[in-house]
Design a protein around this ligand. Sequence first.
Ligand code: NAP
Length: 285
Amino acid sequence: MSSTITGAAVVGGVCGQPIRHSMSPVIHNAWIQAAGLDAAYVPFAPAAERFETFVEGLRGGAVRGLNVTIPFKERALALADTASDLAKMAGAANLLIFAEDGSVHADNTDGPGLLGAIAAQASGFEVSAAPVVILGAGGAARGAVAALLLAGAPEIRIVNRTLARAEDLAEAFGAKVVAAEEATLPRLLADAGLVINATSLGLGGGEGPAADLTLTPAAAVVVDMVYKPLRTEFLRRAEAAGRRTVDGLEMLLRQAVPSFEAIYGVAPPAGVDVRAMALKLLGEA
Ligand code: NAP
């Protein structure tokens, strides 16, 4: 939030249920303040059954843009008038932009967030160089598949506890995306360039997916979308195997960049250490 908000302030926000633990307001308001914008970014937690009514009331300029999180991402895409290719491919939106004419445009910045985090923490890594293994087949996996395909991934292998869900995902994306049984993981990992945990395993400090990361090529990069704790059991195993790692917090912070640009019309200002702020909120600093 800027130190002075006038009647002309640009308002953005984040909508989820619950929303109390979202780090987005802290991140966006730090950028707003540093950029000296007449703007604010606020949390919204409408009753789950009233999400569509809530968004309907924002059409035509009440807010400029809204990030959307669990459990509303699919419904956000469904209610939008137009959508980016990424949002359509992901089947979900984490960003709604409101035009003055009352229309709503849906986008998805989770996938770009993933790619941005990889570029930041595993610099030089080429998505197009080798197959990708994704553990999980939920909304986060779907967003990752969309972005990785657009970035040139040659093959994406989906392994999920519920095989049928992995098969549905593979079918939706075509020949480059394949569903595979958990038992085939050793073979799938042997030539993988990128391994991503897109399950909720490891959240809160528990064990991550059972994949044996020592089987991956030495140059493989391992990503965990889970960021509580920051160094998950999965990432610690990857590090012990000597692999480069990318954490879920970086992904979260990177998806906020295009969201901020779309809502406020300017890039986040340089020099704000939002990662340090987020680490403090997570109790990691
Ligand atoms: P989701 O749609 O609910 O999917 C959850 C996934 O985890 C499914 O594949 C599910 O398998 C699997 N899973 C859950 N419990 C499991 C267990 N005990 N054993 C094996 N697999 C299990 O959730 P989501 O939205 O995709 O999110 C997945 C994770 O990514 C969450 O931890 C979320 O916080 C994180 N995330 C992080 C970011 C970021 O910016 N860092 C962004 C988005 C999501 P089944 O299909 O068999 O149930």
